[in-house]
Design a protein around this ligand. Structure first.
Ligand SMILES: Cc1cc2nc3c(=O)[nH]c(=O)nc-3n(C[C@H](O)[C@H](O)[C@H](O)COP(=O)(O)OP(=O)(O)OC[C@H]3O[C@@H](n4cnc5c(N)ncnc54)[C@H](O)[C@@H]3O)c2cc1C
Length: 377
């Protein structure tokens, strides 16, 4: 298997790296952590001009027509620079429209997403805190030509700035939790919606979104009534792979910074990188990065090719979640006291490793899926 990047992917990678190095310095990352919006509309506009939000949208809807694998190349670079904002939540929420939307929905929404005019997100998790279908309690009840949504969603990425929220609802209590799930595109300004940003370790603007008698027209249903769970599974799978790609980029920065620091920091008359104990730790950090990278490149390629890869996506997410947290911890230890300071870049990454773990399924959720796929459950 050849997992080397194509020429076009190398160009995309270099363009993204050069752009983010200039346009997304850590001063901006820190500023956006404290800001209300959590993203820069100016930067968002420039990213839209480069085609990033429309990367996987077909050209007929004003997108770039690239593959899912190409998207992961871009997201790895976003992760290297810990780009803040709604890029992943918007591109991952685009897939239900692409794969289950009507032609009318596609024509209406996809060009606007590609042009950077629409930010979208998905409201899935609730008080149960599980990515499994049994956690969906928010109800959508039919009323004439509309549905009325009631419920509370938690940890909804960037909902406070999203124009549309894909709300995962229960429309029927069936024989199994996966039956009776329906997705709706909800205008974030619809009466009855309230949104509050939750305090989180990465200040990544996860929101609590309340739906109180929110009226949604039937034409805003995504996919078929009661049959929405496979769309959620597809979104979770793609989201997990996308988040892994982003995390691999972040891991690489942590490893590179640590190796560079170990060559310049002198203790006991020699660079700390000359001590065997630290060399072994950095060798382990490098191994975690490379192991995770190949798991992610393989599954991104499988997903792009339309091959079944639920197991591969879950084992990649379970592995990369832990690798990012471990590498972040090692990076702090090897930098010594300076990395406990808020002014240092390593803690910016470490805090995001905790956040990345829980996005699109935490380690134990994905371990359980792997256990299912290998016949243990
Ligand atoms: C929260 C906090 C509070 C602090 N408060 C105080 C205080 O009140 N007063 C004070 O004086 N200091 C204080 N310190 C500083 C503390 O004493 C130093 O952080 C500590 O001595 C380590 O030094 P360093 O940070 O320079 O790391 P370094 O010595 O540069 O170490 C960096 C890395 O190299 C490793 N390393 C170093 N030498 C070797 C070796 N020979 N072999 C193998 N590995 C090695 C270390 O284990 C570490 O992983 C504080 C630190 C922290 C984090």
């Amino acid at each position: 298997m050849d997992l080397r990047f194509t020429e076009a992917q190398e160009i995309l990678k270099k363009m993204a790296r050069d752009f983010l190095t200039t346009e997304c310095p850590k001063t901006l990352v820190r500023e956006l952590e404290k800001s209300e919006k959590g993203y820069s509309p100016e930067l968002w506009k420039k990213m839209a001009e480069l085609g990033w939000m429309g990367l996987v949208i077909p050209e007929e809807y004003e997108g770039m027509g690239y593959t899912f694998q190409d998207l992961t190349v871009l997201l790895e670079e976003a992760g290297r620079n810990i780009l803040p904002g709604p890029l992943i939540s918007t591109v991952i929420s685009t897939f239900p429209i692409l794969e289950a939307g009507t032609e009318e929905q596609k024509k209406e929404l996809l060009p606007k997403i590609a042009r950077g005019e629409l930010i979208i997100t998905t409201a899935l998790l609730e008080a149960e805190g599980t990515f499994n279908a049994y956690g969906i309690a928010a109800k959508a009840t039919p009323k004439g030509d509309d549905f009325i949504i009631n419920g509370t969603k938690l940890f909804v990425e960037m909902a406070h700035v999203a124009n549309y929220t894909i709300c995962v609802t229960r429309t029927k209590d069936g024989t199994s939790p996966e039956k009776g799930i329906t997705l709706f595109l909800v205008d974030s300004k619809a009466p009855g919606i309230s949104c509050e940003v939750m305090p989180t370790i990465a200040a990544d603007k996860l929101c609590e979104v309340r739906f109180e008698n929110v009226t949604v027209p039937k034409k805003n249903m995504l996919g078929k009534i009661d049959e929405g769970w496979p769309i959620v599974e597809m979104m979770l799978r793609k989201g997990a792979i996308a988040k892994c790609a982003e995390s691999i980029g972040a891991i690489q920065t942590c490893v590179e910074m640590t190796v560079a620091y170990s060559k310049e920091r002198v203790q006991y008359d020699r660079p700390i990188g000359a001590f065997q104990a630290l060399q072994h730790i950095m060798a382990d950090m490098w191994t975690s990065m490379e192991t995770g990278r190949y798991l992610v490149y393989e599954v991104a390629w499988m997903e792009s090719e339309g091959q079944p890869c639920a197991k591969e996506a879950s084992l990649a997410k379970a592995y990369v979640n832990e690798a990012y947290k471990n590498v972040g911890q090692w990076a702090i230890r090897l930098h010594g006291a300076i990395a406990t300071s808020h002014d240092h870049d390593i803690p910016l990454y470490y805090r995001r490793s905790k956040a990345a773990d829980t996005t699109y399924g935490g380690t134990d959720f994905h371990r359980e899926l792997v256990a299912q796929k290998i016949g243990l459950i």
